[in-house]
Design a protein around this ligand. Structure first.
Ligand SMILES: NC(=O)c1ccc[n+]([C@@H]2O[C@H](COP(=O)([O-])OP(=O)(O)OC[C@H]3O[C@@H](n4cnc5c(N)ncnc54)[C@H](OP(=O)(O)O)[C@@H]3O)[C@@H](O)[C@H]2O)c1
Length: 284
């Protein structure tokens, strides 16, 4: 049986997941979304046809799974709002970048919590979600989380210490590809191609290269070699990229995203710790 789902945070990722669940067979009355502003609620409901309300407590009550889809900085406030009504019967799936499982476990003792990092290609059911589970998560809870996340693409279970790196690779990664697409389209226009042709060439090239990379048994290195004849046009371009520090730049970019993920998590953890101080024994 499909679990009923409350999505707290009707923003970009919340909407993508909600629409993905409906596409995967969930009925509209098995999902509820929560916004914090009436105009956002109206817009989200218009876009998704999914009931979108302003009361997270009412949304959580009676649902099997609670998905946290607010920004990391908004997690502590949200936990204050729903902490009392989330019980050990719920499964919580957080999408919040960087926010560690311990933050949820401190605010929701005994509750099964999954920390996940999806990405926006989930909008076309081609997402990549990595996830890990807290101490109260059993195999049944992992299976339920996997069923939800795989409604919008591929999934992989990893240990929590890898989730900041995942955020920097597949979570933020679509933006790197879109930046590449932007840059290539601009370069194509500078080379004299009309705008519509430049976009078509770049979009289909990225799609084709992605499908080839995923479907082939050859590595990215070998596939690149097959496009690069010695002394040819691709070799000339790759030489410029390598000379300009492309690899080092990529490594620095990824490291910077992973560091940022960690910082966001630490900020949320400090905020939640200040709100839920661990009681000390008298005399300590
Ligand atoms: N976008 C991505 O590529 C991506 C990928 C992986 C993971 N994520 C994670 O997914 C989460 C959401 O990201 P997003 O890009 O979807 O952000 P977003 O578009 O800003 O959506 C977050 C939504 O949550 C709402 N919200 C905040 N506090 C709330 C509360 N207490 N009750 C109800 N609604 C509340 C916000 O309301 P307002 O409209 O009033 O601000 C906003 O509409 C983040 O934690 C992010 O790290 C995002």
């Amino acid at each position: 049986m499909r679990p009923t789902v409350a999505i707290l945070g009707a923003g970009a990722m919340g909407e993508i997941l909600a629409v993905g669940l409906v596409r995967a067979g969930w009925s509209l009355d098995e999902i509820v979304m929560v916004a914090r502003r009436p105009e956002r609620a109206k817009e989200a409901e218009r876009m998704t046809e999914i009931r979108t309300i302003l009361d997270p407590v009412a949304a959580v009550n009676g649902q099997d799974v609670v998905i946290v889809a607010v920004k990391p900085k908004d997690v502590p406030d949200l936990l204050d709002q729903v902490g009392e009504v989330i019980t050990t019967d719920h499964l919580v799936i957080s999408l919040a970048a960087g926010v560690p499982l311990s933050v949820f476990e401190q605010a929701l003792p005994g509750v099964a919590v999954i920390r996940s990092m999806p990405n926006t290609p989930a909008a076309v059911a081609e997402g990549m979600s990595a996830y890990c589970g807290g101490t109260a998560v059993d195999e049944d809870a992992f299976a339920r989380a996997d069923a939800i996340l795989s409604a919008v693409g591929e999934t992989i279970r990893l240990s929590e210490d890898l989730l900041d790196a995942v955020t920097a690779i597949s979570g933020s990664g679509p933006a790197y590809v879109f930046l590449l697409a932007e840059s290539l389209t601009e370069a194509a226009i500078r080379e004299g191609l009309p705008h519509h042709a430049a976009e078509k060439l770049v979009d289909q090239m990225i799609r084709g290269a992605g499908i080839l990379l995923q479907g082939s048994e050859k590595s990215a290195f070998r596939l690149r070699g097959e496009v690069t004849s010695p002394g040819g046009t691709t070799a000339a371009a790759v030489h410029v990229l390598e000379d300009g520090g492309f690899r080092a730049l990529m490594e620095d970019a990824v490291r910077s995203a992973a560091d940022r993920s960690q910082t966001l998590g630490e900020q949320a953890a400090a905020d939640v710790a200040a709100r839920h101080p661990v009681p000390t024994e008298p005399g300590e």
